[in-house]
Design a protein around this ligand. Structure first.
Ligand code: SDX
Length: 423
């Protein structure tokens, strides 16, 4: 394999370096392209464009592989827990038992919000979407922690911020839920594990099986390399904006239906199919109709052109949790029917459209008692350590530049201004 790529522009041939990652992925480094040729590249949706070199998460979409810092997601979902996985993503290694005990204590110590943030959360209408509340309250934390607004976070800052945001966002989500339901608040219990404590703060009860299922879901959502919201975190973070604004940007990007908002959209789609008689075939025809904006939510993926390994794990967890909770949700049967028919349908097979992480997660969240409009907020709690890990890697990369893409202009060429009475 050559270590350089030749680009022949007709009147000029240039060589561009080829870089290779630890898993054999290759890229053409075009850092010098414009300076040497005046050309830029154009890549709608960055389908073929790498934004960075990263050691946090590796995924191979063709083979359905996902690893956090080299550890297969299947092993972490089976044997680890969400806080341990969070530490692994952020610091690059599994924690020692002492580090784990101290980290859990530190996260639990951030179980209170500044009074002003409590008031802010409480001022939202009960019907507000939790993602809007979460984004706003997260950015507003910047008003109470001015020490973290400087341009260069110290190691201590990064250690504290990691635990603080993991602790406080859990409180924001549960506080808004209780308030929106007109319920009294339930304080955090530092003796409980992260998920049991969250469930207690939400519902006043925490079944061990439910907490374990939630812990697995959060592990599966913890990071996913340069997805839309992680890329947003990197773009905002590249300007050296404070961490609160940076994470708030990630929350906003995740809200979109094509991204994290899909888990809520899947449930709404399954409900609609059920209301209309449960005809999966009709939904598939709508999804295939180019004139119809309807897409089969929870299906397809930019990277996975094979099964999303997380969807496989969640599907099994779905059956287990619903059986343990003795929940018989007809939506699960509709979902399985849709999956079965889609995987045999030429349109989906040709485009390699498989169920993604969002296809079954909503059914489990529903079984765990999480309201539909909070599904994406649960995705935030899961993805938070991934965003923070990507941000930390970016800020520690001394070669990182502010993200500022180029464009190809297609508007009006130069013309002169005419006064009103001359037009
Ligand atoms: C997440 O990137 C990540 O890692 C994201 C994520 C993470 O962990 O961070 O994995 C989480 O966001 C999962 C995806 C959740 N979104 C959805 O489930 C929404 C439905 N899916 C689609 O909108 C779509 O599949 C995307 C957005 C996920 C991917 O879109 P791409 O990569 O831009 O692919 P595309 O739109 O170019 O699709 C290729 C073809 C098109 O048809 P043709 O033009 O070739 O004829 O497939 C079709 C699309 O119309 N297609 C679908 C479809 N998804 C793609 N057709 C019907 N239903 C679908 N769901």
């Amino acid at each position: 394999m050559a270590d350089k790529a030749k680009l022949d522009l007709g009147d000029k041939v240039i060589e561009l370096p080829i870089v290779e990652g630890s898993e054999g992925e290759k890229a053409i480094d075009i850092s010098r392209l414009r300076a040497e040729t005046g050309f830029i590249t154009l890549d709608n949706g960055f389908v073929n464009t790498g934004s960075c070199m990263s050691g946090v998460t590796f995924l191979n979409g063709e083979k359905g592989i996902l690893r956090y810092r080299g550890y297969p997601i299947e092993q972490l979902a089976e044997s680890s827990n969400f806080l341990e996985v969070s530490w692994l993503l952020y610091y690059g290694e599994l924690p020692s038992s002492t580090e784990m005990v101290n980290f859990k204590k530190k996260v639990s110590s951030f179980s209170k919000l500044p009074e002003g943030i409590e008031k802010l959360v409480d001022t939202f209408p009960k019907t507000a979407h939790p993602m809007g509340v979460l984004s706003c309250a997260t950015a507003a934390l910047s008003a109470y922690y001015e020490d973290f607004l400087g341009p260069q976070p110290t190691k201590e800052d990064k250690d504290v911020l990691f635990a603080q945001l993991l602790g406080q966002l859990k409180v924001i989500v549960s506080r808004f839920y209780r308030k929106s339901q007109g319920l009294d608040l339930i304080a955090s219990n530092p003796e409980l594990d992260y998920c049991s404590d969250f469930l207690m703060m939400m519902f006043g009860e925490a079944d061990a099986d439910v907490a374990k299922a939630l812990d697995v879901l959060l592990i599966l959502h913890a990071d996913h390399e340069q997805n839309c919201s992680a890329s947003t975190v990197r773009v905002v973070g590249s300007s050296h904006a404070n961490i609160f604004s940076t994470i708030s940007g990630g929350i906003d990007a995740l809200w979109g239906q094509l991204h994290g908002g899909a888990n809520q959209a899947v449930l709404e789609m399954l409900d609609e199919i059920t209301t209309e008689g449960g005809d999966a075939a009709k939904a598939l025809e709508k999804a295939k109709d180019k004139e119809d904006p309807f897409k089969l939510m929870g299906f397809g993926h930019r990277v996975y052109k094979n099964f999303d390994p997380r969807a496989k794990i969640i599907k099994v967890a779905c059956d287990t949790v619903l059986e343990k909770l003795k929940v018989n949700d007809p939506l699960l049967n509709i979902a399985k029917g849709l999956e079965e028919q889609a995987l045999k349908d030429e349109y989906f097979v040709k485009r390699k459209l498989y169920p993604n992480v969002d296809f079954y997660s909503g059914i489990i969240y529903k079984a765990l008692g999480i309201p539909t409009n909070m599904f994406t907020a649960m995705f935030v709690l899961g993805r938070l350590p991934g965003w923070l890990s990507q941000w930390k890697e970016l800020r520690e990369d001394t070669s990182a530049k502010i993200c500022r893409p180029r464009q190809i202009y297609t508007g009006a060429t130069e013309r002169n201004y005419k006064k009103l009475d001359e037009r």
